[in-house]
Design a protein around this ligand. Structure first.
Ligand code: ATR
Length: 277
């Protein structure tokens, strides 16, 4: 019998049943013929620390963290990457030999990889970005766009104070636009990003006037259910390049999978089709 341990990983959320990550990681494990398991775990907030301290002893090499634990896990982790600190949340944990927990955030990486894949012609210097929303997802998007070299990102958020907080944290390349003015700001943007939950199945519509969309712009939505949101359909009709949100979810999983199971997985059409099936 082999002494090699079978690596275990998974996703911790509360609830967690909706997560597509087990399908995705399970597919990659089978596709590459790698030993390993990836398990969904529903863990209540009060139990999070106990569970995280126990998992390494049970053969876990790391886990993904999802709602509502992405911020609180920062208080438990022993080591935190700079990008997770900047974003204020973690989604990928790697357990060291001694059980030490290293927390990283790969959401910004997932966003930018998906954008580059879906809009290969886009360059950070093409012009300003317009971002709708200023929540947790917005923070990951901003950090990756600033990192990529974007000079200006305008943010429109229903609660203006939340957008202003992002200026104080991320600096003067961030500009605040009134939520009611978001439609007017579309025309001059090279890149438009929806980071709000509006437009998602079961949520209200994103009621921003889209008549400013025109050819040459790139428009992306973090909402991936439905895949083609009303915003993406309006952008497509106006001749914009559109990028749906599923790819961000797929790409954010790449660094974790590579660390835990030892192979960098490909995000391709086959992967997309499998996760959507
Ligand atoms: P996430 O971590 O997914 O970004 P979040 O932190 O709750 O979730 O942020 C949700 C975003 O959607 C916020 O920008 C929120 O605006 P507020 O800061 O004003 O709450 C936005 N949002 C949610 N419902 C909205 C609505 N009905 N109208 C406008 N914006 C909305």
């Amino acid at each position: 019998m082999s002494n090699a341990k079978i690596p275990l990983a998974g996703v911790i959320g509360h609830p967690v049943a909706h997560s597509l990550s087990p399908r995705l990681h399970g597919y990659w494990l089978r596709r590459f013929g790698l030993p390993g398991h990836y398990i969904p775990m529903d863990v209540a907030p009060a139990d999070l620390e106990t569970i995280l301290r126990t998992l390494p002893k049970a053969g876990f090499v790391g886990v993904n963290i999802t709602v509502p634990h992405k911020e609180t896990v920062m208080k438990i982790a022993d080591l935190i990457t700079d990008r997770a600190i900047l974003i204020g949340a973690a989604n990928t944990l790697v357990f060291g030999e001694n059980g030490k927990i290293r927390a990283d955030n790969t959401d910004g990486f997932g966003f930018i990889e998906n954008l580059r894949q879906g809009a290969p012609g886009w360059r950070p210097a093409d012009g300003p970005g317009l971002m709708l929303g200023a929540g947790g997802a917005a923070r990951a998007v901003i950090s990756s766009l600033l990192d990529a070299g974007m000079r200006e990102i305008q943010i429109a958020n229903r609660t203006r104070a939340r957008a202003e907080r992002l200026v104080s944290e991320f600096g003067p390349r961030i500009k605040v636009v009134d939520w009611v003015q978001a439609g007017n700001a579309i025309e001059d943007a090279a890149l438009v990003i929806n980071t709000t939950s509006l437009g998602m199945t079961g949520k209200p519509d994103l009621r921003v006037p889209f008549d400013g969309f025109h050819r040459g712009q790139v428009v992306t939505d973090l909402v991936y259910s439905p895949l083609r949101t009303p915003m993406l359909m309006a952008a497509e009709a106006a001749g914009c390049t559109t990028v749906d949100g599923l790819g961000m979810l797929l790409y954010q999983a790449v660094p974790g999978f590579e660390r835990w199971f030892g192979r960098r997985p490909e995000v391709d059409d086959q992967t997309r089709r499998h996760v959507l099936a």
